[in-house]
Design a protein. Structure first.
Length: 137
């Protein structure tokens, strides 16, 4: 009986296992990152949503905002500044279409976005979308 064939096959299997082990051990892995929103940011987003939901004056200022009246913009700036967690920056957009994009938002950071639709009253029929951007400072 010739055992050379079995030994050569065993050597080949061991070599393949060693090569695959080396490849999986030393090749760089892609960092998938985490898609979870940090608790501080989630809390800030919830506070902003709650304020926008319950504050009738703020909602009306946002809905009635036009190019001459910046009261909604000013009120949203105050709300965002009051709710930003330490170590984070933020920005927002108020627009009438869902295709508005963030201005002044960095492209090299993890950005957490929350959209809030402020529905119009029956008289105005102009709903607005408030898009809040929060990122690490």
């Amino acid at each position: 009986m010739d055992k050379k064939g079995y030994i050569k096959t065993l050597e080949a299997v061991i070599a393949i296992v060693l090569i695959l082990g080396f490849i999986f051990l030393y090749l760089p892995r892609e960092d998938t990152g985490s898609n979870e929103v940090p608790p501080l940011v989630a809390s800030a987003q919830d506070s902003i949503k709650e304020s926008l939901t319950n504050d009738v004056a703020l909602r009306e200022a946002i809905i009635n905002q036009d190019s001459n009246d910046n009261s909604g913009q000013d009120a949203m700036e105050e709300l965002l500044e009051a709710n930003l967690p330490p170590g984070f920056n933020g920005n927002f957009n108020i627009c009438g279409t869902p295709t508005c994009i963030g201005e002044g938002v960095p492209v090299d950071k993890n950005i957490y976005v929350e959209d809030i639709i402020i529905s119009a009253t029956l008289e105005t029929q102009k709903p607005k979308i408030v898009r809040v951007f929060i990122w690490n400072a």
